[in-house]
Design a protein around this ligand. Structure first.
Ligand code: ADP
Length: 494
């Protein structure tokens, strides 16, 4: 019995010494965490240690000098175990807390990196689109010159198609990023299917000629009229499918582009099919074709450059636009990719404003890059409109205020400009105390192509937002629309 009593006393003392050591190191850890968070020192944590030391001294006094019986030594031993359990629990809680703090810090750092990445990509997008805009604008302008000889025309078309390809690559990377960060913008602009088909035909024929492929395009259904949708993206999707079709089809093969318009009860579906008589896709690989970085391992795919990102980005884009994409293929026979996208038919005024003339109109172009302004001025001149140039927002406001009301028919406003940006300039113009300040049409013409940019432009008082590179048909249609709306009183939306 005595042995049991003294074992409990000495084991209990040893456990209590361990407990005291544990609490001291626990207190140090808590203080370090507190110091990191600058919440001041906590002397309260020393109290349990002092109590434990007193408990231990009392314990030893009773155990050595007193004559403890089984009950007393049992209570003392139980006390040590109880304190030990509390210590283990506290340790566990502290560990969980510091882990969650570390996780929080990691999360914060990740958010910070992702924000920095988006800002970087948005900046890069602007910087890369601006020179591309100039290249594509000059290509459009030069091709309109009827005196070009065939060889020069061909070279210029090649410059244009390479610039379009580069734009496609930039768009793929930007789209994946902007869809992932929720910054993706779907534009609802007016367009004609015939414009899409003719632009696709020009580029597709060029690519097919280079590779000696036969090319054919067909339009099915009632494709006349004006539609609402993001036609820039539609073209981007078709171009990337055409690129693959050309890439994976041997010379003397055929390539077909079919645009079909299907009118359902209250919606319209556009189906674009790109068909080729190329190498085809292995049935085992076909279900994985839209995965990121997936490429079929064949000598043909290996001999061509590629990241396996094209179809992944295309599918993401199609889904974000509310559409679907399917692939059918037979090895050695060919492949067909079909994209179905919902659009709306413009029933009301489109036919009316298409007839508005730009002849004799005076347009103010606010644009800091002289080459861009020159291209837009030349495009306007082709339609008989004259233009004046303001190098930044401040000058644009001065020119508007310095001329009599009605002097300018519309303003094309860049967003990023030195001295005063386009948004501020628009607000300044709108608050001018003059009859035409609230009605003069202002169109944002900018390389800032994110959804937030479109919202900001409209909030600042602009009537429309057009993304660069400047598509001349779009520019004319946009100007005709805002002019029609303003002149028929429908533009007084401010
Ligand atoms: P990339 O062409 O850059 O490798 P994609 O995502 O565009 O990337 O295509 C992924 C893979 O799908 C290609 O590597 C190729 O194996 C296959 N593929 C795509 N389109 C076709 C096609 N029209 N004919 C045959 N194979 C194709």
């Amino acid at each position: 019995m005595q042995i049991a009593i003294y074992s409990m006393v000495f084991l209990g003392s040893a456990l209590m010494v361990f407990n005291i050591y544990g609490f001291i190191s626990f207190t140090r850890k808590v203080k370090t965490v507190e110091a990191e968070h600058k919440s001041g020192r906590s002397f309260v944590l020393n109290i349990p240690i002092a109590l434990l030391i007193m408990f231990l001294l009392g314990y030893l006094t009773v155990g050595i000098f007193g004559s403890p019986d089984l009950i007393v030594s049992g209570i003392l031993f139980g006390g040590s175990i109880f304190v030990f359990i509390i210590y283990v629990m506290l340790e566990h809680i502290l560990k969980r807390l510091s882990e969650s703090k570390k996780l929080e810090a990691r999360l914060l750092a990740t958010e910070e990196t992702s924000r920095a990445k988006t800002e970087f990509l948005s900046g890069i997008s602007h910087e890369m689109r601006t020179p591309l805009n100039i290249i594509l604008g000059l290509e459009t302008m030069t091709l309109k010159d009827g005196s070009l000889n065939a060889e020069t025309r061909e070279r210029i078309e090649k410059i244009g198609s390479s610039a379009h390809y580069l734009l496609g690559l930039i768009n793929n990377i930007l789209d994946i990023n902007s869809i992932d960060t929720g910054e993706f913008s779907v534009k609802n602009e007016e367009f004609a299917i015939s414009d899409i088909v003719s632009q696709i035909d020009i580029i597709a024929k060029l690519h097919c000629e280079e590779k000696k492929l036969k090319y054919k395009s067909t339009v099915i259904g009632n494709a006349d009229g004006v539609f609402f949708g993001d036609d820039m993206r539609f073209k981007q999707i078709i171009f990337s499918l055409l690129d693959n079709a050309v890439k994976y089809t041997d010379p003397a093969g055929t390539l077909e582009f079919i645009a079909e318009c299907k009118d359902k009860e209250n919606k319209t579906l556009l189906c674009f099919t790109v068909k080729d008589s190329g190498i085809g896709i292995d049935p085992e690989f076909l279900p994985k074709i839209f995965d990121s970085f997936s490429r079929e391992d064949t000598s043909m795919t290996n001999s061509h450059g590629g990241l396996g990102l094209g179809l992944f980005a295309t599918k993401k884009l199609v889904t974000t636009l509310g559409g679907t994409i399917t692939a059918q293929s037979e090895k050695g026979v060919g492949s067909a990719f079909t994209v179905t996208l919902p659009v709306a038919r413009v029933k009301d005024d489109a036919a009316l404003y298409e007839k508005v003339s730009l002849e004799g109109r005076r347009i103010l172009i606010a644009e800091d890059i002289a080459e861009n302004a020159e291209i837009v001025a030349d495009l306007l001149e082709l339609e008989g409109a004259e233009s004046e140039h303001a190098e930044n927002g401040r000058i644009a406001v001065e020119m508007f205020r310095g001329n009599k009301p009605g002097y300018y028919d519309a303003i094309l406003m860049d967003l990023r400009m030195p001295e005063m940006d386009g948004l501020t300039a628009t607000r300044e113009i709108r608050k001018t105390d003059r009859e035409d300040a609230k009605t003069i049409p202002i169109i944002a013409l900018t390389a800032n192509a994110f959804e937030s940019d479109v919202k900001e432009s409209l909030n600042a008082g602009m009537n429309l937002h057009l993304a660069k590179p400047t598509d001349c048909d779009k520019l004319y249609l946009a100007l005709k629309k805002v002019l029609y709306e303003t002149e028929s009183g429908k533009g007084a939306l401010l």
